[in-house]
Design a protein around this ligand. Structure first.
Ligand code: AP5
Ligand code: ZN
Length: 208
């Protein structure tokens, strides 16, 4: 299947995409991770001044469309099925995606802002495996894992606030865009990760 997972910062896109990728045996394509892996790569060929993704990401701003669209195009050209997480984030990107591929199911993980702030400020990453935890909601059982957990550079309170603003102003119109076209499936993202997964899996199975 070709799956698109939309949602605000911290809505659980990564968490659910990883499950879907395993269950349906498709590649997880995530622009956030692709960009984090290239945080200090020179992207000035796209812009007038010297720039790296970090300049944008650590401020909570979107990285220029040309850069992200190129990464997505490259990734999509190598796969049939996929679960795409983090793209599109504005209407221009949604139109770009239309030109690149069809999508079987578009899910929106609906979570209110207060909950998003709680999730992001409590999120921790295991640098060894890339697994995501939450200090309250899903702490690791292994104390060794717990000791090496790290916080993402953009999960500081100030940057989280800016990411939420960018989501409201720039990405919410993408939700409306798909809703108007009758393509959007809303999922209650406030449930536990396992409950959200039940709904995500059902929606994907129904679309196949
Ligand atoms: P990106 O990495 O995509 O960040 P984001 O959209 O802010 O989303 P997150 O990764 O923070 O959250 P998530 O929804 O994946 O939630 P997660 O599963 O981790 O993008 C980062 C930056 O890259 C952007 O700010 C921008 O600069 C740039 N960028 C990326 N794409 C771009 C694009 N297309 N165009 C331009 N720029 C782009 O879960 C969060 C936490 O909650 C975890 O701790 C988790 O354990 C916990 N959790 C998850 N589900 C639940 C649940 N159901 N209940 C309780 N806790 C839960
Ligand atoms: Zn993510």
């Amino acid at each position: 299947p070709r799956i698109l997972i939309l949602g605000g910062p911290g809505a659980g896109k990564g968490t659910q995409s990883r499950k879907a990728s395993e269950e349906f045996n498709v590649k997880h394509i995530t622009t956030g991770e692709l960009l984090r892996a290239n945080k200090d790569r020179d992207i000035s060929e796209f812009e007038s001044e010297y720039d790296v993704p970090r300049t944008y990401m650590d401020q909570g701003e979107l990285v220029p469309d040309e850069v992200v669209t190129l990464l997505v195009k490259e990734a999509l050209s190598q796969v049939n099925g996929f679960v795409l997480d983090g793209y599109p984030r504005n209407v221009e990107q949604a139109e770009e995606l239309n030109n690149m591929t069809d999508v079987d199911v578009i899910l929106y993980l609906d979570v209110d802002e207060e909950e998003l702030v709680q999730r992001l400020t409590g999120r921790r990453i295991d640098p060894k495996t890339g697994d995501t935890y939450h200090i309250k909601y899903s702490p690791p059982e292994d104390p060794e894992v717990e000791r090496r957990l790290e916080q993402r550079d953009d999960d500081t309170e100030e940057t989280v606030r800016e990411r939420l603003r960018v989501f409201r102003e720039t990405t919410e119109p993408v939700i409306e865009y798909y809703e108007e076209r009758g393509q959007l499936e809303r999922v209650d993202g406030k449930q536990s990760p396992d409950e959200v997964w039940v709904d995500v899996r059902k929606a994907v199975e129904n679309a196949q």
